[in-house]
Design a protein around this ligand. Structure first.
Ligand code: SF4
Length: 360
């Protein structure tokens, strides 16, 4: 069994039918890339994200057309919807009225006190949380002047400033992000934030790059933060199809034993003893198990020399042999299957184990 990282205590905040914080779950979210007022395209993208395992989705709300599209989008999707607003409190009010499950807005950027009060009143009336998004690249001028450049302390000071505005209005359903594209800065900022307040933290390395480089950078940064037990939800930011963000997020959580609803693949790196076309089989199986919502461990090995024994933790696996595959469970070979059908046989076994989990 892999070790479950002990999570830092935080407040519990409800987002639609989910809870962020206050437990060991880390929720995966992503953001759409479509124009939000193009309801059909936005809903299509959200459906693809839902299928990939995205648990919360955020849409940009740059104008009133986008805010007015929220009710129709809400009607057609299952997962909670977060609406991302900068500055304009009227957009926030419209989004809340339209059924947003959470809004992302920095109260210190809204302007006059009455406007902040209106937004907070509306959020309270619908029992929806507000995410404060601190970003190293857009810290308040006063903070930048004080510290000279973006620092973790400056980011925490900014977060506390926005938090205090909401707390003064007796509003506590708060989630905070501390994003930076510099991995060291992000790690330090999240560590300091976890000590400074107990609101759940939304993790992210902003502008982390393309699918490949961004995956490595985000995993390095968020991995360091998650390993300290910090973070209640995360978004991987990639210059790519957002479905890839969800896949990386889920894989990262699996690595830390933080995803109870996902199957994992163990596959060997291959060597000269290989007896099957392991790389394509591993990719096929990985794709197949990506929709399984149970903690099934599946192994795919190129040969039977030491593989099954080494992959003892696998619930089910296959090892290549001459013209056939050896199916094994928990390190013990259970039967031989012909090469042509071995992948299908493996998939059937995976389904059976998943069904057993669902039935529990
Ligand atoms: Fe090589 Fe077999 Fe090990 Fe794969 S399982 S790396 S093929 S010895």
């Amino acid at each position: 069994m892999s070790q479950i990282t002990q999570r830092t205590e935080t407040r519990r905040v409800k987002v639609g039918n989910l809870v962020i914080g206050g437990n060991d779950e880390v929720v995966v979210q992503s953001m759409t890339t479509t124009k939000t007022d193009d309801v059909e395209a936005t809903v299509n993208e959200i459906h693809r994200l839902e299928e990939a395992g995205c648990q919360i989705v955020r849409v940009a709300c740059p104008d009133m057309e986008a805010a007015e599209a929220i009710p129709e989008i809400k009607k057609q999707i299952e997962i909670p919807l977060v609406v991302d607003i900068h500055f304009d409190y009227r957009l926030a009010l419209k989004a809340i009225e339209g059924g947003a499950d959470k809004i992302r807005i920095n109260p210190g950027n809204i302007g006059k006190r009455e406007k902040v009060e209106e937004v907070v009143k509306a959020a309270k009336a619908k029992s929806i949380p507000i995410r404060i998004g601190v970003n190293a690249g857009s810290l308040e001028r006063g903070i930048l002047e004080k510290y000279g450049y973006p620092t973790a302390d400056g980011m925490v000071e900014s977060a506390l400033h926005h938090i205090s505005i909401l707390e003064e209005l007796d509003f506590h359903d708060i989630i905070v992000s501390m994003k930076a594209s510099d991995v060291h800065l992000a790690i330090e900022a999240y560590e300091k934030a976890a000590q400074a307040f107990s609101y759940p933290l939304h993790l992210g390395i902003t502008e982390s790059g393309t699918q490949f480089a961004g995956t490595v950078k985000s995993s390095a940064g968020l991995g360091a933060i998650l390993s300290k037990g910090i973070g209640s939800t995360l978004r991987i930011s990639l210059s790519a199809d957002p479905v890839e963000e969800v896949k990386v997020g889920r894989e990262l959580l699996k690595t830390f034993g933080l995803a109870s609803n996902a199957a994992t693949l163990i596959s060997c790196p291959t060597c000269g003893r290989i007896e099957i076309d392991l790389i394509s089989i591993a990719n096929d199986v990985e794709d197949y198990i990506s929709t399984i919502k149970a903690p099934v461990k599946v192994a795919v090995l190129g040969c039977a020399v030491n593989g099954p024994g080494e992959a003892r933790e696998a619930d089910i696996g296959i090892a290549g042999a001459k013209g056939e595959g050896l199916l094994f469970r928990h390190g013990e070979i259970i039967r031989k299957v012909p090469e042509e059908t071995m992948v299908d046989e493996l998939k059937k076994e995976v389904d059976k184990i998943a069904e057993e989990h669902y039935a529990k």
